[in-house]
Design a protein around this ligand. Structure first.
Ligand SMILES: O=C([O-])CC(=O)C(=O)O
Ligand SMILES: [Mg+2]
Length: 606
C-alpha cells in the first residue's frame, strides 16, 4: 500500500511538471493556471497541494474528490465530507440569505470570489436576476462608497499618476501576460455618485465579473484597472479609510500624457488586440478619450456606446410593441453628457435605416443639460460633443415647459438628478402619446429620474418604462408589472466576448447597433405584457452569446476581425472559448495510463 502511495507521488511530480509546461504552451488550460509562477521550476513540496486550496482559480473547497485530495496531497486539510458543486451552490444560497443588508451580501460574494472563483461564477449564474443587483448596480455603488472598508485583496491594478514614466513596468507586475480585456476607470464619475477617486475600483471589478458571469469570458483574461490621478472629492481626501492618492486630480496635458502612456503600455504588455473598456470617466474625458483612441486601439466607452446600444434596443422593442416606426417618435433627453449624446447618435443611426435623412433624424431629438435646452443661441453655446443636436430655438431652462411645447413621445433621463421626472412631467407625457416611453436611466436607484411606480401612476398605467437600476414590481390597476433594466450589462459582456473571440481590432458603433438588434430580437410578447422592453435576465447569458456571434460576424463583414481563417462554425468556436462553470477534473490524463505503459514512461524519464 505504502509503495503505491509513493508511486502516486512520484507520478504526481512528473505529471504536474508536464502540466506546468503544458500550461505555458496552452494558457487556456485553466485548471493549471497559476500553481507555479511561469518562470520558476515546479517544486514538489507540501505547499504545492495547499496552493490548490489557497488559489481562487483552482480551489474547489469540499468538492475536491477523494482521488484529487490524495493526488494533490491535501487529504486532511479540508473537511472529510465531499460536496458536489450543486450542493455548494445550495449552501451559498442559504449562506447569503442570512444577510439582510445588500452590502453584506456583496461582501459575502466578494469573499466567495476570493476563495473559490468557479463556485462564485456558477453561483451567480444560478440566479442572475437575484445576484446581479448585488455584485453590480445598485449595490456596487454602495460598495464603492465604502470601498475602504471592503477592500481585502487585489483583484486588479492601481496605476497612479506618480507611476508616470513607469506604467509599462508596473503592468509587468500583473502576473498574467495573456490578458484579453481591461476595464479601466479614473473614478471621476462613478455611476451617478460623482468623484469617488480610487474607491471607483469597484466598478472595473464589477464590470469584469459580468464579462465572465454573463458572457463566459475567462476570468484570468480580464484585468480591472483604476487610474489614480487624484480626487476632487474633499471628504474622501480627508477620510482615513481612503485608499488612493491624497491629492487633487491632475488634468490637462499631464493627464492626457499619462493616459497616452497607459494606452501604449497596455498594448506593449498585452498585445495589439487588448480590449480596453473605458468606464465612468467624467464627460469631457469620456468623450475625448473615445474620440482619440477608438480608431487606433481596440477600445470603447461603455457609458457612451454600451448604454446607447441597450437603450436603442429598448426603443426598437417598444416601437415594435406599439406598432410605430422609431422615427415616428420625438425624443427629449434630460442630460446631454456622454451617455445622452451616445444614445442620441445611435438613435440617428437606427432611424436612418428607416430611410430618413440624418438631418431629419437629428431634428427629432432634443437635449437638455444643466444650462437648459441645447439651443444654438443660448449663452455659452452648445458643448462641442453635442453641437449637431443644437437647435435654432429660444433658449429655455424650463424642462417641464419643453415637455409641453416639444410634445416628446419618449423621455430619456441621463441626468443623475433623482426625481427630475416630476408627476407633472409624467402626466404631460401621458397627454403627448398613447404609450409614452419613459426611460429613467440614471444610476444607482436614488439617482433615477423617477421610479417605475411613479411612471405608471402618473400615466394611467399607459407608459412603457425602463430604468438603469432595477426597481421592484409595480402594482397598477390590479396588475403587477416587472419593468426592465435598460443597463449596459446586457451589451458589453457579449460585445467583449465577440471582440475577443474574433480578434477584432477596432470597435465601431456598427457593432453596438448589431448588439442592440440582437437584444431587441430577444424581447418576447410575454416580456412586453410584463412591462419590460428588454429580455428576461434569466436569458441574459444566452443573449450575450448571440451578441458575441453577431458581433464576430459583423467584424468579418467589416474587415476588422483578425482571427483568420474564419472558423467554419463560428458559434461552436465561440462556445468552445467560453469559461466552463463546472469544475474540471484535476487528475490529469497521464495518471489513467495503463500500468505497464506508465512504468515505461517513468523509466524513460530517469
Ligand atoms: O454601471 C451601471 O450600472 C451602468 C453604467 O455604466 C453607469 O451608470 O455608469
Ligand atoms: Mg458606467
Amino acid at each position: 500500500m505504502f509503495s503505491v502511495v509513493q508511486k502516486t507521488i512520484v507520478c504526481n511530480i512528473s505529471a504536474v511538471t508536464r502540466l506546468t509546461v503544458l500550461s505555458i504552451n496552452k494558457p487556456d488550460n485553466h485548471a493549471n493556471f497559476s500553481v507555479t509562477p511561469v518562470n520558476s521550476a515546479f517544486s514538489p513540496n507540501r505547499s504545492s497541494g495547499l496552493d490548490y486550496i489557497r488559489t481562487r482559480h483552482l480551489n474547489k473547497g469540499q468538492a475536491f474528490t477523494l482521488e484529487e485530495r490524495q493526488y494533490l496531497g491535501i487529504e486532511g486539510l479540508i473537511p472529510p465530507d465531499y460536496k458536489t458543486q450543486e450542493q455548494q451552490i445550495e449552501i451559498c444560497t442559504l449562506a447569503i440569505e442570512r444577510f439582510a443588508d445588500p452590502l453584506n451580501k456583496y461582501l459575502f460574494l466578494s469573499e466567495l470570489h476570493e476563495r473559490n472563483e468557479r463556485l462564485y461564477y456558477s453561483f451567480l449564474a444560478s440566479d442572475v436576476e437575484k445576484y446581479l443587483p448585488i455584485v453590480y448596480t445598485p449595490t456596487v455603488g454602495l460598495a464603492c462608497q465604502k470601498f475602504g472598508y471592503t477592500y481585502r485583496k487585489p483583484k486588479g491594478m492601481f496605476v497612479t499618476i506618480r507611476n508616470k514614466g513607469r506604467v509599462f513596468q508596473l503592468l509587468k507586475n500583473w502576473p498574467i501576460s495573456d490578458v484579453y480585456a481591461i476595464v479601466v476607470s479614473d473614478g471621476e464619475r462613478i455611476l451617478g455618485l460623482g468623484d469617488l477617486g480610487a474607491f471607483g475600483m469597484g466598478i472595473p471589478i464589477g464590470k469584469l465579473a459580468l464579462y465572465t458571469a454573463l458572457a463566459g469570458v475567462k476570468p484570468h483574461r480580464c484585468l480591472p484597472i483604476l487610474l489614480d490621478v487624484g480626487c476632487n472629492n474633499e471628504s474622501l481626501l480627508v477620510d482615513p479609510m481612503y485608499i488612493g492618492l491624497r491629492q487633487k486630480r491632475k488634468a490637462g496635458k499631464e493627464y492626457d500624457d499619462f493616459i497616452e502612456e497607459f494606452m501604449q503600455a497596455c498594448v506593449r504588455r498585452f498585445g495589439r488586440h487588448i480590449l480596453i473598456q473605458f468606464e465612468d470617466f467624467a464627460r469631457d474625458n469620456a468623450v475625448n478619450l473615445l474620440q482619440k483612441y477608438r480608431n487606433d486601439y481596440c477600445a470603447f466607452n461603455d457609458d457612451i456606446q454600451g448604454t446607447a446600444s441597450i437603450i436603442v434596443a429598448g426603443i426598437i422593442a417598444a416601437s415594435k410593441a406599439v406598432n410605430k416606426k422609431i422615427s415616428q417618435n420625438v425624443f427629449l433627453f434630460l442630460g446631454a453628457g456622454a451617455a445622452g449624446v451616445g444614445i442620441a447618435d445611435l438613435l440617428v443611426m437606427i432611424m436612418m435605416e428607416e430611410g430618413i435623412s440624418k438631418k431629419e433624424c437629428e431634428d427629432k431629438i432634443f437635449l437638455f443639460d444643466v444650462d437648459g435646452l441645447l439651443a444654438n443661441k443660448r449663452p455659452g453655446g452648445v458643448p462641442n460633443h453635442a453641437k449637431h443636436f443644437g437647435k435654432d430655438l429660444a433658449p429655455s431652462k424650463d424642462f417641464a415647459a419643453a415637455v409641453v411645447s416639444l410634445k416628446p413621445t419618449c423621455l430619456i433621463g441621463v441626468s443623475t438628478v433623482g426625481g427630475a421626472f416630476t408627476p407633472q412631467i409624467l402626466k404631460q407625457m401621458a397627454k403627448n402619446a398613447e404609450r409614452p416611453l419613459i426611460f429613467a436611466l440614471s444610476n444607482p436607484t436614488s439617482k433615477a429620474e423617477c421610479t417605475a411606480q411613479d411612471a405608471y401612476d402618473n400615466t394611467e398605467g399607459r407608459c412603457i418604462f425602463a430604468s438603469g437600476s432595477p426597481f421592484p414590481p409595480v402594482k397598477y390597476g390590479g396588475r403587477e408589472y416587472h419593468t426592465g433594466q435598460g443597463n449596459n450589462s446586457y451589451v458589453f459582456p457579449g460585445v467583449g466576448l465577440g471582440v475577443i473571440c474574433a480578434n477584432i481590432s477596432v470597435i465601431s458603433d456598427a457593432l453596438f447597433l448589431t448588439a442592440a438588434k440582437v437584444v431587441a430580437n430577444n424581447v418576447t410578447s410575454e416580456d412586453i405584457k410584463l412591462g419590460r422592453v428588454f429580455p428576461s435576465l434569466k436569458k441574459i447569458r444566452n443573449v450575450s452569446l448571440q451578441i458575441a456571434l453577431a458581433v464576430a460576424e459583423k467584424g468579418y463583414q467589416t474587415n476588422v476581425a483578425g482571427l483568420n481563417p474564419k472558423p467554419k462554425d463560428l458559434e461552436q468556436y465561440i462556445k468552445n472559448e467560453i469559461y466552463k462553470l463546472k469544475y474540471p477534473s484535476l487528475i490529469p490524463e497521464i495518471i489513467k495510463y495503463p500500468e505497464q505503459e506508465y512504468k515505461m514512461k517513468l523509466n524513460r524519464k530517469k
